[in-house]
Ligand binder design. Structure first.
Ligand code: 13P
Length: 262
């Protein structure tokens, strides 16, 4: 299938790097890629909250062709929520993207599909594009229930959200057993799930939304395994964890995703 979907490579830095290291990393990535590559592939960094201001100043000040966003947001607009960060605060720092429903948030912060649904609403209310993560753990995959499991996560997250609000949404399939383990899903595994997610979106939100939506794969992505993954027809890029902390490696991944054949 020929699509006009622009691939995305997003770097989820998780809880890593000081704000000074953040600036150095973004600078190096930006200067490792040329304008054509940065047009072909959308490169996004997702630093910790405390580095967003520094990353914004660098990207805006030097007009770098790199997007940025946050790793989480509160479902609430404001008020007595100690330690939380609202969508309006992120929008105020120019964030274009925010991760929602990452498996580490689901696990360590017990985020339910309902909570994730509320966070999606909060992001959309502030004109921030959510990158919604779904993915199964090893027991679910061993039982062969992975597709059904991720489709249920998708349905729960998108409940009540109409297609006209979701036009920019980005999905990410991140099998938990492949995150930070060095165990990458095969390109066929990634394609199976991304195609099933797209098909479910077609059923629930229509062909136009499903056909235009970017669906990323995440889980131990490195330059050495990028090509096979991004060559899959329903995989539109990658959500990269550990390898996004190394500017050379991350730039290599971006170049591979920008290659005309991908
Ligand atoms: P790794 O690339 O380190 O496996 O992390 C993937 C991930 O969780 C990105 O959100």
């Amino acid at each position: 299938m020929i699509t006009a979907r622009r691939p995305m490579i997003a770097g989820n830095w998780k809880m890593n790097l000081s704000h000074l290291e953040a600036i150095a990393l973004v600078q190096k990535v930006a200067f490792s890629l040329d304008a054509t590559q940065l047009q072909r592939v959308e490169v996004v960094v997702l630093p910790p909250f405390v580095s967003l201001r520094s990353v914004q100043a660098l990207i805006v000040g030097d007009q770098l062709l790199i997007g940025y966003g946050a790793q989480d947001l509160s479902p609430h607009t404001d008020g007595a929520y100690t330690g939380d960060i609202s969508g309006a605060m992120l929008a105020g720092l120019g964030c274009q993207y925010v991760l929602v429903g990452h498996s580490e948030r689901r696990e360590h912060h017990h985020e339910s599909d309902a909570a994730i649904n509320a966070k999606l609403g909060a992001a959309l209310d502030n004109a921030i594009t959510p990158i919604l993560c779904v993915g199964e753990g090893l027991p679910v995959r061993s039982e062969g229930r992975h597709v059904e499991y991720c489709l249920t996560q998708l349905d729960g997250a998108l409940a009540g959200l109409a297609a006209d609000r979701l036009a920019e949404l980005v999905l990410a399939y991140e099998p938990v057993w492949a995150i930070g383990t060095g165990e990458v899903a095969t390109p066929e595994d990634a394609q199976e799930m991304c195609s099933a997610l797209r098909e479910r979106l077609r059923e629930t939100h229509g062909a136009a939304l499903a056909g235009g939506m970017r669906i990323l794969y995440g889980g131990s992505v490195k330059a050495s395994n990028t090509e096979g993954i991004v060559a899959q027809p329903d995989v539109d890029g990658a959500l990269v964890g550990g390898a996004s902390l190394d500017a050379d490696e991350f730039a290599r991944i971006c170049r591979l995703a920008a290659a005309p054949s991908s």
